[in-house]
Design a binder for this molecule. Sequence first.
Ligand SMILES: [Zn+2]
Length: 245
Amino acid sequence: MADLDKVIHELVAANRILANEGVVDAYGHVSMRHPHDPSLFLLSCSRSPELVVPEDIMTFRFDGTTADGRKDNPYLERFIHCGAYEANPDVMAVVHSHALAVLPFSISSVPLVPVIHTGTHAGEHIPVWDSQDKFGDTSMLVQNVEQGRDLALTLGKNRVALMRGHGFTAVGRSLGEVLKISIYLPQNAQVYMDALRLGGTIKCVTPGEMAIRDEGGPGGRELGRALDYWAHRAGCSHYLHYGKK
Ligand SMILES: [Zn+2]
C-alpha cells in the first residue's frame, strides 16, 4: 500500500497548493483516480482544501457512494469527479474551482481562449456547461450522477469546461498537469479581460503555437520545478515528497 500512501499525500499537497494559489477557497476540490483500481477515485471529505490532511481522503465509486465504508460527510459536488472519470479513462486527476477571473466568460458570449503562453495548458477549446439547458432551475451545483454525466458530456475530450455563473472543471492526465491547467487558467482569463478593456485588436495564441506548447506532454522536468515551487510556497513540500529519502 506504499504507493497509495504516497498518492494520498500528493493529493493533500495538491489541495494545499490550489488553496495557496487562490484557485480554491472555502469551496472547490481536487481528486485523483485510485492508483490500484481505475473504477475508483480519491477525494477529501467535505473540508476546505487548505485544511485537508491525509486522514480526510476518502475513496469513491463513480455513482458517488463511498468504497471504503467511511461515514464522513462528502462534498455535495463529488458528482463532477464521478462524471469526469467515468467518461474518459485518460483522466487521472480533476479540479473543480469557483475562481472569480473565469466567471465573466461563463456568462458572456465571448469565449475564453488561450491568450498567454501559460494559458495554452487549458487547450484550444473551452466549452461552457449550462445546467439550465437540461435541468432548468437548480441550485446550479452538480449534485447527482445525471448532472455529473451531463457536465462530462460538455467537457468531451477538452481539458476544461466552464460552468455558467459557477466556476470551472479541469481534467489532467496527471495531478501535475491538472494543477498547471487550474493555476494558469484564471491568470489567462484575467489578462484576456484586461486586454478586452483596453480595446483594439487582440491577438490570441495561434493553433500552431498551441501544438508546439503541447509537445511536452503531461509530465516532464519543467513541471517538477513548478510543483516544487508551489509546494514550497504553500508549506507542504513534506506532503508532495512523502516517502522520498
Ligand atoms: Zn462548485
